[in-house]
Design a protein around this ligand. Structure first.
Ligand code: C2E
Ligand code: CA
Ligand code: CA
Length: 395
């Protein structure tokens, strides 16, 4: 693969030699610099998809300053960060990288494992290969416009996939999260990360959420007719939790279908709440009074204070998948997961772990007394027909 220019900036010559050797062993090469100043003097512009392996602690210009300078460069390289300092330093540097909108491939403690470096470089180069191939396909040249989203809502191009959630101690199915997908007649399947933020930005999220709730309620009605009582979780956005009409609309839909409000969970992300706490408190409290459950989603990624958590009547806490996925190798992530579970239980919440990808994850969550698991290890999100087949096997 020769689409990627690789640079290394590290003041230790032994590390530079080692990285060069490792890259050579997989047929790649890099330009290495022992000082960041030399790097910037010689490299003023970057080819697309360049990669920089960067040491954080260096005597002249350190890695943080390098990141700051890269942020104002037109097409900065993606970064692999290395540091001999403890993990919390790497975590903060990671956050800075995001704040500067730089692409972070991964972070590596020093000394690093050769395997780790190879995996990181390979995963980056293969993602670039996929990207280069994808842009050659006509479908991905589509730009999504607000008008297209409006059409998707009115033409019923939005469908829901359902991802099972299981009770960790019994192994039984406890519910499903409804995740929206857009089945576009020409482009094919479009995932929510490509259109939800646009819908939010252009005032279309109310209509989108209404469509999603209608669909989830219709599906729940079908399950009810098949004698199945299955709670369904739906994701809602910031605008929804400040819409005074939401509680009444939702209750009317449930009544019209003779469904139990207790079988609906509305998921609100922690970061949404931070911005909308006061305005949303009224609506969220009314929803809860009507029996609808509320979940705090992506927990751990925002900065909600404990008193805010206490003010809103959440019945469920969903621990963000980034911590769950990392908890096997990273003891800080493990401590966060363990502590969130204790906190959730103390506040009388049911705790759901997202991103459960392996048996190891599940076993550890069981040890920590987590209530519910959701993730690829249990099952991927699936269309209703596949979900029904899953149910037949499971029940
Ligand atoms: P989310 O609410 O955190 O949903 C979980 C996401 O993680 C889903 O991505 C799901 O497919 C994915 N996932 C599930 N298990 C695993 C796992 O084991 N490993 C990994 N790596 N990922 C896993 P999806 O469906 O692409 O949805 C992305 C996000 O879009 C959702 O994140 C949610 O914030 C938003 N979203 C989805 N549906 C709706 C909706 O109807 N309305 C609104 N407002 N937002 C939605
Ligand atoms: Ca969710
Ligand atoms: Ca989540």
């Amino acid at each position: 693969m020769n689409n990627v220019n690789i640079y290394l900036v590290d003041d230790e010559p032994e590390i530079a030699d080692l990285v060069e050797e490792v890259l050579e062993s997989i047929g790649l090469s890099c330009c290495s610099y022992l000082a960041a100043n030399d790097f910037f003097n010689e490299t003023r512009t970057f080819a697309p998809h360049a990669l920089l392996i960067l040491d954080l602690s260096m005597p002249d210009m350190d890695g943080i300053e390098v990141m700051r300078q890269l942020a104002s460069t037109p097409s900065p390289p993606a970064i692999i960060l290395m540091s001999g300092k403890d993990k919390s330093v790497l975590h903060s540097a990671e956050e800075l990288c995001r704040a500067h909108a730089l692409q972070l491939v991964t972070t590596m403690p020093k000394p690093f494992h050769i395997r780790q470096l190879i995996e990181a470089v390979n995963s980056y180069t293969s993602s670039i290969e996929q990207h280069v191939n994808a842009v050659q396909q006509p479908t991905s040249t589509y730009n999504i416009s607000p008008a297209m989203i409006e059409e998707a809502i009115s033409q019923k191009q939005l469908i829901l996939h359902y991802q099972p959630q299981i009770n960790i101690s019994s192994g039984r199915l406890s519910g499903a999260e409804a995740l929206v997908r857009w089945q576009h007649p020409q482009i094919g399947m479009i995932y929510p990360d490509s259109f939800i933020h646009l819908a939010e930005k252009h005032g279309l999220i109310d209509a989108l959420t209404r469509r999603v709730i209608e669909e989830a309620v219709a599906q729940q009605k079908k399950w009810q007719l098949a004698q199945l009582n299955l709670p369904v979780s739906v994701n809602i956005s910031a605008d929804d939790i400040t819409s005074l009409a939401l509680p009444d609309q939702l209750i009317k839909m449930l009544n019209d279908n003779t469904l139990d409000a207790r079988n609906i969970v509305l998921e609100v992300t922690e970061s949404t709440l931070m911005g909308e706490l006061v305005r949303s408190l009224d609506i969220l409290t009314r929803l809860r009074l009507k029996g609808i459950h509320l979940a705090i989603d992506d927990f751990g990624t925002g900065f909600s204070s404990l008193s805010q958590l206490h003010k809103i009547p959440f019945s469920e806490m969903k621990i963000d998948c980034s911590f769950v996925k990392a908890m096997i190798d990273d003891k800080d992530a493990r401590a966060i997961v363990k502590t969130c579970i204790i906190l959730g239980h103390e506040l009388n919440m049911r705790v759901v772990a997202e991103g459960v990808e392996t048996a190891e994850h599940l076993a550890l969550l069981k040890e920590f007394n987590c209530d519910i698991a959701q993730g690829y290890y249990i099952a991927k999100p699936m269309p209703p027909e596949a979900f029904d087949r899953y149910l037949q096997e499971k029940l």
